[in-house]
Design a protein around this ligand. Structure first.
Ligand SMILES: [Zn+2]
Length: 249
C-alpha cells in the first residue's frame, strides 16, 4: 500500500504531505541549494525516473506554500515533519478499528495477523463458556468389562512404576462396578463427550505428582487426555474455565 492510499483509505484523507523536490537535492548541491531563500524552480520537481514534470496547477500550489518559509531549509524541515505526521492519523484509526475486536496492535504487527485475529474474534462472538458444542452421537454408552478394567488397572500400576509414583492408593480391580457406572453415566470432564467404544474413557489425574487413586482422577476421553499435556498454557486455561463453567451449571 502506498502512503497516498494509506492516508486516503485509512486516514480519512484530511492531511496532505506537501511538495518537496527531493530528487533535485544531492550530496554535492544540498548546502548551496538549501541555503537559498527563493522557492525551488519548476524544473526542480521533474521526475527523471518517470520522465514527468509538475503541472502548472501544482506548481502554483507549491509557490503559495513556499512563500510561508524563509529558506529552503525550513521547507525541508517542515516537509520531513509532515511526511511522518501524515501517518499518525491513519495509524490511530487502525488502532481504533482493531480495538473494537479487542486486538492489541502492539502484539499483532502485520495486517494479516490482525485479519486472522478478527476472524477468530468473530467466530467466538457468541461462544458460551458453558455451552455444549458436541454433536450428540447415537452410540450406546460404554459398558466396560472386567478384563477391560483389569487391563486398565494394571497399566496404571505400570505407569506409576515407570514414573516412580506411589501406586498403593491406586484404583483396583475391586473398583470395577464403581467405574463401570461412572463411565456409563458421566462424561468427559473437559469436552463433555459421552464415553462409547469409539470414544473410550481414561482417568485423568488432577494432581500430576500423585498416582491414579480414586480421589485424584476425573473421567476424561482419550482424545482430551492425550492432547491436553501438549496444549499450551492458554488452551489449558481455556479448557479449565470450560470445565469450571460446566460444573457450575
Ligand atoms: Zn474429552
Amino acid at each position: 500500500m502506498t502512503l497516498k492510499k494509506f492516508v486516503r483509505d485509512i486516514g480519512g484523507g484530511t492531511m496532505t504531505k506537501g511538495r518537496f523536490p527531493y530528487e533535485y537535492i544531492n550530496i554535492n548541491n544540498y548546502a548551496t541549494e538549501l541555503n537559498k531563500s527563493e522557492p525551488f524552480p519548476r524544473e526542480a520537481f521533474d521526475n527523471k525516473l518517470k520522465n514527468k514534470s509538475i503541472s502548472e496547477a501544482k506548481s502554483q500550489e507549491y509557490l503559495v506554500e513556499a512563500a510561508k518559509y524563509a529558506t529552503r531549509w525550513d521547507q525541508a524541515r517542515s516537509y520531513n515533519i509532515q511526511d511522518t505526521r501524515i501517518m499518525i492519523e491513519p495509524i490511530d484509526n487502525l488502532i481504533k478499528m482493531m480495538f473494537k475486536y479487542k486486538i492489541d496492535m502492539l502484539v499483532m504487527f502485520s495486517m494479516s495477523q490482525c485479519a486472522n485475529a478478527i476472524k477468530y474474534s468473530n467466530a467466538y462472538d457468541d461462544f458460551k463458556m458453558n455451552g455444549d458444542y458436541n454433536a450428540e452421537d447415537t452410540d450406546k454408552p460404554i459398558n466396560i468389562t472386567i478384563p477391560y478394567w483389569t487391563a486398565k488397572v494394571e497399566s496404571y500400576i505400570e505407569q506409576e512404576q515407570k514414573k516412580n509414583r506411589d501406586s498403593s492408593k491406586n484404583v483396583t480391580i475391586g473398583d470395577y462396578e464403581y467405574f463401570k457406572e461412572l463411565f456409563e453415566k458421566q462424561r468427559c470432564f473437559i469436552c463433555n463427550c459421552k464415553f462409547t467404544w469409539k470414544n473410550r474413557p481414561t482417568l485423568d489425574r488432577i494432581n500430576n505428582e500423585l498416582g491414579h487413586s480414586k480421589d485424584n482422577v476425573l473421567p476424561c476421553c482419550l482424545y482430551c487426555n492425550n492432547k491436553h499435556d501438549k496444549f499450551n498454557g492458554f488452551v489449558k486455561d481455556f479448557m479449565q474455565q470450560r470445565a469450571d463453567a460446566k460444573s457450575q451449571k
